[in-house]
Design a protein around this ligand. Sequence first.
Ligand SMILES: CC[C@@H](C(=O)O)C(=O)SCCNC(=O)CCNC(=O)[C@H](O)C(C)(C)COP(=O)(O)OP(=O)(O)OC[C@H]1O[C@@H](n2cnc3c(N)ncnc32)[C@H](O)[C@@H]1OP(=O)(O)O
Ligand SMILES: [Co+2]
Length: 141
Amino acid sequence: MKLGRLNHVGVATPSIEASIAFYRDVMGATKIHDPFDLPAQGVKVCFVDTPNTQIELIEPLGESSPIHGFLAKNPAGGQHHLCYEVPDIHAAKAWFEAKGAKVLGEPRIGAHGTPIFFVHPKDMGGVLTEIMESPKGDAGH
Ligand SMILES: CC[C@@H](C(=O)O)C(=O)SCCNC(=O)CCNC(=O)[C@H](O)C(C)(C)COP(=O)(O)OP(=O)(O)OC[C@H]1O[C@@H](n2cnc3c(N)ncnc32)[C@H](O)[C@@H]1OP(=O)(O)O
Ligand SMILES: [Co+2]
């Protein structure tokens, strides 16, 4: 597998509205997308565009949100995951499993409408890593 483009940096926040104000007023972001709920992933999401990638703001949605534990340890929020693009999600899953890394569940549809999976931070140098299939027609690198 070849390392693909960095698609986004996931940032967990207790308040997407407060984080939007921060990225707009302090960081000077000029393109902030409308937030939306993603119940299947247990998060509310908002993308902030930068010239070369996106910040993905995520706020817990529902009691079983996968980011509850992270925010319990980091109540003010913080950098949560990095997401890289790959051309073929199933080939990428097989690659990480063959390397002995713990893939968390089966591929599912993520916020960009393409399949994603996560690899456990303990096997990824301490970084929760999201692998995302590139949108069709996009090589991802
Ligand atoms: C918007 C949709 C989608 C997209 O399309 O982009 C998303 O990005 S959704 C993002 C949210 N979804 C997920 O994170 C799903 C995958 N995550 C998980 O399955 C769990 O969060 C986890 C990674 C298995 C952690 O589980 P949790 O129960 O919260 O924590 P533990 O206490 O069991 O943690 C074990 C261990 O790992 C450390 N940890 C936890 N989270 C992170 C993190 N984000 N980055 C780095 N390290 C993390 C945690 O500190 C524990 O370490 P020790 O205490 O040393 O054991
Ligand atoms: Co993400």
